[in-house]
Design a protein around this ligand. Sequence first.
Ligand code: HEM
Length: 507
Amino acid sequence: MEAMTSLDFENSFILILLCIFSTFFLFAFFFKKPKNVFDLPPSPPSLPIIGHLHLLFSTSLHKSFQKVSSKYGPLLHLRIFNVRILLVSSASVAYEIFKDHDMSISSHGPIGIDECIVFGSSGFIKAPCGDYWKFVKKIITTKMLGPQALERSRGLREVEIERFYRDLLDKAVKKESVEIGEEALRLVNVILGKMSLGRSFSEEERVSEFSIEIAALTQKIFLQQVLRKPLEKLRISPPFKKEVMSVSYRFGELLEKIIVRYEEKKDEHEGSEIMDALLAACGDEDAEYKINRSHIKALLAELFFGAGDTSSKSTQWAMAEILNNHKIFERLREEIDSVVGKTRLIQETDLPKLPYLQAVIKESLRLHPPGVLLPREFEQGCKIGGLYIPKGTSLVINAYAVMRDIDSWTDPDEFRPERFLGEEDARREHVLNFLPFGAGRRACPGSNVAYILGGITIGVMVQCFDWKVEGVKVNMEEATGRAFLALAHPLNCTPLPRILNILPSNL
Ligand code: HEM
């Protein structure tokens, strides 16, 4: 998931490092291009040694890729040093790949730093689609993220959503402004803490801070992954390993404390289905797959990292779009008022009856997917579009470009939620044009939770408050160099209480 990043490579240090590195050390190794004995997809003109690296510096990586593909085509073969990359930017090619070759591309690519707590060798995201992945996938689906598990944990989310409403109301009464992304992240983390550990994190358990620290290092983890083989050949120690591992060790220590506390206090609180299942498997000689403590810590770290930032960023983007489009805000509010009324707070069970709210969330994910790039690796050679792709080739699906592909979306750069109310459905045959959660067997297992959290958070903010935005309009500029696509500027605005007579609940 690390290369789902909006890497921008503006960091001149990295550029200089790469240039010096390539000039002095790599010539002998990489001047020879990978042997093209196959009929490969087209490729833009490349430079000696660095290949197409120079094409990727103009702006964020997803936009650089988009620029290259709009000039040279939706299926391209690129080379960075001697790393071969297949770049896909259209819905029809994405469809062909996932329909015919999902098994061949079910790996998220090589590991940069084995010991790292996220994207490392004990984790879930980089695990091959083998016994370990199947075992953990079954546990997270049945005990936390699947429809039945979600139904069992609905009550705990309801309590937190009501608390979220009360906090916003308190700020509204005091006329305090809030940063939407921060509020959403706090809510998501409390809910995820409860869903995975049966309780929220205490103040000193700075889980979300660690997730943010790790997110800031994703560029370096990614670079480490790309340079790993050449560096190993040259026996050069990885340049960013120390920095990455310092965060990783501290995160690991914190998670160890959290697990120990969970075990000690197990009899005092309800616990959680997923932790109980993981801990039981950890000590069980006869378990379907023998997992250890490192597996549990890595899974928790990846769940918190992969879920918190993505979910809060998508809520922030959706609110930014809604606040910039008064008509959309009004239509959303009318829909919620007509289904929910004005005397009770919107609930999860209302969401299926709110198609426009769902369409707004989907449209926002289409234009602003937190994971802009989907990195995979070809574990077997295969033919795509009649051209041969050799085993070991890296695959990058530019989800950002696919979801703005003019051949499968009308006015692709416009925010028009109506398109998800059936208008463009007829055009979706034989294309895979909506990829915010990836696709195939490695698609995001948390998409149900993401839709619930997004729907209910935005629902509360629209149902119960008017919003005063700082400045005339929200600035929709994208940040560069972040792990997940983010607004360049914080979304600060002030909630104004709407006259509602929300019934007191059991809080
Ligand atoms: C708006 C919110 C979210 C977005 C946009 C998102 C997006 C993604 C994407 C694009 C992938 C890679 C898919 C692929 O390679 O095809 C992914 C994987 C993953 N996501 Fe999410 N995600 C979100 C929320 C969540 C949540 C709430 C959870 C869990 C609580 C979660 C857990 C995971 C996990 C465990 C993986 C790795 C799956 C595997 O390797 O098999 N995500 N997510």
